[in-house]
Design a protein around this ligand. Structure first.
Ligand SMILES: Cc1ncc(COP(=O)(O)O)c(C=O)c1O
Length: 422
């Protein structure tokens, strides 16, 4: 028999920035429209929205250089190009990520090497060390689902082995670890402002680094292969002469991003408050294990991950929570069992498992320089990660939760746990 729902009314959607869009975005975007100047580098009356967005984002992160781009996927491709990733190189990526992280490696002609996650649901530093080979050049810790693992240990290991670190902070906008913002730990970091990230520009991204040469190379790669001078004019600098991918941000996105950035701390505070009230309550249920969060104050609060003693129990819990009403309205995906979480799981990426290629020659898998980098990406490649996926549930925390919403979530977990876990 279907359980009586805790609530009939849908919870909010998993699109944090959306509930905060208002007059501020309208005002700044209108300014760009009225000035008839939506392009960042020239126009009738430039409003310098992208410039200002980059400046305030740099201050927010506490970093020297920032570059606004068209999206997080673009940012990853640009950052890989800036790092000089190519055939003959291996890039280490955790088994829990987003397809774009892997795509950026393959697009450069390098080979992705999978690393286990630990109970932080981020890269496991112990497995990382085992995955380093003489061909490894870059490590990509992915700060998944709104918080991070032990990023300090990962960076220390990279230093020891003379490797570069690219932090994928797409899902970690506003996240800090021991008071320092993510993105500022590695050599370079990327962020996404796509619609379901902690703040949004619809589509958009940011690259951050303290390394001026990397920054100039990013500038070239995101544009047409040339960097730009302080006036925004293209320049020919032989140190940064690359091939561009055309991923510039527009002034409309810049204006939108500026308005959202100024609200970011309010957005994350709302999610964090709701999430930690739920987490606190769930500590009373011994069979529910909460994701390890080393620095709760630095969590952006966007996701709640719970793990159960068995795969069956977690499957039943997720079905029951949905039936009890822990879901958003049509088109939303607030809660799911981890194994149903699509292109975030390495074995759910057909292009990776089948080693797909854009060109008929099988590049990069068939490139002679990659012949020693022959890996298997099927389910089973990362047993520890597979086990966590099999026993866990992921739930987004809406940024508009009321006290009643929080109370209903808690009641649903308790009711489902009583039924499923006994
Ligand atoms: C971990 C991770 N990396 C990269 C991306 C790509 O960002 P975007 O959607 O802005 O291209 C995403 C977002 O979907 C992501 O979750």
């Amino acid at each position: 028999m279907e359980p009586q729902p805790v609530r009939e009314e849908p919870l909010g959607y998993e699109w944090p920035g959306s509930y905060f869009i208002g007059e501020e975005e309208l005002e700044l975007v209108t300014q760009v429209v009225k000035a008839q100047s939506p392009f960042r580098y020239y126009g009738l009356d430039r409003q310098h929205m992208c410039d200002q967005f980059e400046k305030e984002y740099a201050e927010y992160i506490g970093i020297e250089h920032t570059l606004a781009v068209s999206g997080g996927t673009a940012a990853l491709n640009v950052a890989m190009a800036a790092l000089g990733v190519g055939p003959g190189q291996e890039v280490i990526v955790p088994g829990y990520m987003w397809i774009s992280t892997i795509a950026a490696v393959v697009n450069r002609g390098a080979i992705p090497v999978l690393c286990e996650i630990d109970d932080s649901f981020c890269m496991d530093p112990h497995d990382l060390e085992k995955k380093i080979t003489p061909r490894t050049t870059v490590i990509v810790p992915v700060h998944m689902s709104g918080t991070t693992g032990n990023i300090e240990e990962i960076c220390a290991m990279a230093k020891k082995h003379n490797l570069r670190v690219l932090e994928d902070c797409a899902q970690a906008v506003g996240v800090a670890y021991k008071g320092k913002k993510v993105g500022a730990f590695g050599d370079i970091g990327i962020f996404s402002f796509q619609f379901n990230k902690a703040m949004t520009t619809g589509e958009g991204g940011m690259i951050v680094t303290n390394d001026r040469l990397l920054f100039k190379r990013c500038q070239a790669a995101q544009d047409i292969g040339h960097s730009r001078n302080l006036k925004g004019r293209l320049e020919v600098d032989s140190q940064v002469l690359l091939w561009g991918i055309g991923a510039r941000m527009t002034e409309l996105q810049g204006a939108f991003g500026l308005a959202q950035l100024r609200k970011l701390d309010r957005i994350t505070a709302a999610m964090r408050s709701a999430k930690y009230r739920v987490r606190e309550a769930l500590t009373e249920i011994p069979d529910i294990k909460l994701r390890r969060v080393d620095d709760p104050a630095g969590d952006n609060g966007a996701f709640l991950i719970t793990t159960y003693p068995t795969a069956e129990a977690s499957q039943e819990m997720s079905q029951e929570l949905l039936a009890l009403g822990i879901k958003a309205g049509p088109g939303g995906n607030l809660l799911c069992h981890f194994t149903g979480y699509g292109f975030h799981l390495y074995y759910n990426l057909p292009a990776l498992v089948k080693k797909a290629s854009t060109s008929p020659d099988g590049f990069p898998w068939t490139h002679p320089l990659n012949q020693d980098s022959n890996y298997n990406y099927d389910k089973g490649a990362l047993p520890q990660t597979d086990d966590l996926f099999a026993r866990s549930i992921i739930q987004a925390i809406p940024s508009n939760c009321t006290d009643k919403d929080v109370a209903d979530m808690i009641e649903a977990y308790f009711r489902a746990a009583r039924h499923v876990l006994g």
